[in-house]
Design a protein around this ligand. Structure first.
Ligand code: 3PY
Ligand code: MG
Length: 264
């Protein structure tokens, strides 16, 4: 059975960098899997990615030696079961704002005795190049559980949430976090309330031995966050990178690029 090198790296205290896949296209996933990122997260929260497209993307990603992760549309047992059973090696769960919500996400992602995940399926084992029985015996040690801290409620409840056993990463969603503070959504700012919230996540994650993570807009931000101690860093998305490069090229030949467009 293949092993989840991202989980191993994070447990050793090392950083691990990846990006988001927003296109509902396994071919784009296959090509992005050859760039060299440690992991790729298939985005199902804010995109039209179907479970079938996601399953094909997980296979294309894991087949290239990269860890396939997925952001589920919402924190439900059904969402978590279906993406793990179709081959994801880890889940990113949006908007986890209480201990109860954190416990529910962990329980859905782990087999007994750590959780309540139901056994069944074939693709989970195929994704790890093994058979179902071996997968059931080892999945709890391989599946990466990433919970998102992206609301002021999660910052206030950080001790309650981050101390739940079975969490590997707490991952800041800066856009929603700003939004929940009544501020303009963005990846970064020097707003004192946001800066303090980020610091509180870093400190609390370290207190409970959980890897801290954050979504950033570009390489410069990624380097700064790593220097601060963040380990699980998502840089933009494949669409963001494609459009940024397209704009750069268009501008270089004199085309008037007027729209800023999406960043991730
Ligand atoms: C946010 O910034 O809100 C995110 O969800 C990033 O992944
Ligand atoms: Mg968000």
């Amino acid at each position: 059975m293949k092993s989840n090198h991202v989980r191993t790296k994070l447990k050793r205290g090392e950083p691990s960098i990846g990006t988001w896949l927003n296109l509902p296209d396994p071919m784009a996933a296959q090509l992005m899997a050859q760039v060299g990122f440690d992991w790729l997260t298939v985005e199902m929260e804010h995109t039209p990615v179907t479970i079938e497209a996601a399953a094909r993307s997980f296979a294309a990603i894991s087949g290239n030696g990269v860890v396939p992760l997925v952001r589920v549309p919402w924190n439900t047992g059904e969402n978590i079961k279906r993406v793990l059973d179709t081959g994801a090696w880890g889940i990113v769960v949006p908007m986890v704002n209480s201990r109860l919500e954190a416990e529910a996400a962990v329980a859905a992602a782990r087999y007994a005795p750590l959780g309540t995940r139901s056994v069944g399926g074939q693709l989970h084992a195929a994704s790890f190049a093994t058979d179902p029985a071996t997968y059931y015996a080892h999945a709890n040690e391989e599946i990466l559980v990433v919970l998102m801290a992206e609301h002021v409620k999660a910052i206030e409840a950080a001790d309650d949430i981050f101390s739940v056993p079975g969490i590997d990463v707490v991952f800041i969603g800066p856009n929603d976090l700003h939004q929940s503070m009544g501020k303009k959504p963005r990846f970064d700012s020097d707003d004192p309330e946001f800066v303090q919230a980020v610091k509180h996540v870093l400190d609390t994650a370290s207190k409970y031995g959980v890897a801290p993570g954050i979504h950033v807009a570009d390489a410069a931000q990624a380097r700064r966050r790593m220097a601060e101690g963040f380990q699980f860093i998502a840089i933009a998305s494949e669409i963001g990178m494609m459009l940024a490069k397209a704009r750069e090229i268009a501008q270089a030949v004199g085309i008037n690029v007027t729209k800023e467009g999406i960043k991730y």
